[in-house]
Design a protein around this ligand. Structure first.
Ligand SMILES: O=C[C@H](O)COP(=O)(O)O
Length: 214
């Protein structure tokens, strides 16, 4: 299982979370990665943990003030990037452009979407993976695998119907190892989570709990 921890802009110590994730990664067969804010990418990558960007823009080198260039993200140490997160929605055209930009820079891609229909559309753009996240459950503490299991299994079916090479993650409210196991039982190959780690009193313990049953 892939455990992708998005730190969003939470006021946590991204390097401390990354160090904890790197340590927990040594103890498990699960794959753990941390997605900090762009400004923290390099410091997080230096901890040795697999590092992901939260977003890249559909641009090339040039006059793009304030945008995030995929090559810069890769140079900072990122191995992959989220695209179209629920908190950073893009047009279809921009999602396509961002996937192409990430590919050009050698970044792995996870395109986020709200529901199975959107997952099918996202899979058609050829990312490495898609992540289904019902927006109303994000940050709720109620795991999608429990509150809306059908959305996960339907997303797995929708992606497979379009491109069987595109793997499916799920996210929203995931915070325990049991939630990760439940996600796996629904056909998800990983989880995308944030508050369960970034807002935890003890992020290292939260991470250890997430992978304990895997
Ligand atoms: O990127 C992560 C997701 O939006 C899930 O966030 P959450 O784990 O706080 O519900």
């Amino acid at each position: 299982m892939f455990v992708l921890v998005n730190l969003k802009t939470y006021p946590c110590d991204s390097v401390a979370v990354a160090q904890a994730a790197a340590e927990v990664d040594e103890t498990t067969d699960a794959r753990i990665a941390v997605a900090p804010q762009a400004a923290h990418l390099e410091a997080v990558a230096e901890t040795g943990v697999e590092t992901w960007a939260q977003h890249v823009d559909p641009i090339e080198y040039g006059s793009n003030t304030g945008h995030t260039l995929a090559e810069s993200v890769a140079d900072a140490g990122a191995a992959g990037t989220l695209i179209n997160h629920s908190e950073h929605r893009l047009t279809l055209d921009a999602i396509d452009g961002s996937v192409r930009a990430a590919e050009r820079a050698g970044l792995e891609t996870v395109v986020c979407a709200n529901n199975p229909a959107q997952i099918g559309a996202a899979a058609a753009l050829g990312p490495d993976a898609v992540a289904v996240e019902p927006p109303e459950l994000i940050g709720s503490g109620t795991p999608v695998s429990q509150a809306d299991p059908d959305i996960v299994s339907d997303a797995v079916e929708a992606a497979a119907a379009v491109d069987s090479d595109v793997t499916v993650l799920c996210g929203a409210g995931i915070s325990t190892g049991d939630d990760v196991v439940a996600a796996g039982e629904l056909g998800s190959k990983g989880v995308l989570l944030a508050s369960g780690v970034a807002k935890a009193d003890d992020p290292a313990a939260a991470l250890a709990d997430l992978v304990e049953p895997l």
